[in-house]
Design a protein around this ligand. Structure first.
Ligand code: PEP
Length: 252
């Protein structure tokens, strides 16, 4: 059975006290309503990782970061390496998020190097792919996603690929309140699995969790997660409220 995952990308939000409130809020909500067989991951700003790891360890969820350096170590001011993240106990990294591509110039080649770093240091990469509105409207979305997947993941061995999680995040749905329909999500997830099967084989493709991200919330998660190829969600805005986030995690 494929792993089900609900992951919360906090982006650049929350002061320390607010982060503490949110983490304890999640742990309180989970105490009342903990989903079975769903891995819950929170991605706070990296400087709150120690706190997040303590709360996560006690409450059976995981932590990760929103970015890592493509470099191993050294003179890269402001960067945080995969080895550093791993040494804190965090175990996931969001890589290739559209905001990193758009605002920080990350290409698939750079992202591929970050994925290598993550895997080398036992961090599960959550690789984000997805088309912008113009690409969807001109019906290039399948082509775009296939290319993103090929360029960032196809250099991996089968064994390393088995450590990857994919998040399909149509850019037009991120933070816009405009969610992909369950049909659009299912259609793209099935396509992603087909692309993965052609490269890594049916078994690997069937075992890879493919999450949906883009204005997924407590009201629409259930109909999105009900689809055969949707294995959970990468949640932005709705992960900033503990009750909504845990409700989403209970939406299978
Ligand atoms: C995201 O940034 O990964 C995301 C899915 O954001 P939102 O849920 O706010 O659309």
């Amino acid at each position: 059975m494929r792993r089900k995952i609900v992951a919360g990308n906090w982006k650049m939000n929350k002061t320390f006290d607010e982060a503490e409130d949110l983490l304890f809020g999640i742990s309180d909500e989970l105490a009342n309503n903990s989903p079975e067989e769903v891995s819950i991951v929170v991605f706070p700003p990296a400087l709150y990782l120690e706190l997040a790891n303590d709360v996560a360890n006690e409450n059976n969820f995981f932590t990760g970061v929103q970015n890592i350096s493509e470099h191993e170590s050294g003179a890269y001011t402001g960067e945080i390496s995969a080895a550093m993240i791993s040494s804190t106990g965090a175990s996931f990294a969001i890589l290739g998020h559209s905001e990193r591509r758009m605002y920080f110039g990350e290409t698939d080649a750079i992202i591929a190097r970050k994925i290598d770093q993550a895997i080398k240091h036992n961090i599960t990469p959550v690789y984000c792919c997805g088309e912008v509105l113009e690409e969807r409207e001109s019906e290039k979305h399948f082509e775009v996603v296939e290319k993103q997947i090929g360029q960032a993941l196809f250099h991996l061995t089968k064994e390393d690929f088995s450590k990857v999680v994919i998040a399909y995040e149509p850019v037009w749905a991120i933070g816009t309140g405009r969610t992909a329909t369950p049909q659009q999500a299912q259609e793209m997830h099935a396509f992603i699995r087909k692309v993965l099967a052609a490269k890594f084989g049916e078994t690997a493709a069937n075992e890879t969790p493919v999450l949906y991200g883009g204005s997924c919330n407590a009201a629409n998660a259930r109909e999105l997660f009900a689809n055969e190829d949707v294995d959970g969600g990468l949640i932005g805005g709705a992960s900033l409220k503990a009750s909504d986030f845990v409700k989403i995690a209970n939406s299978f």
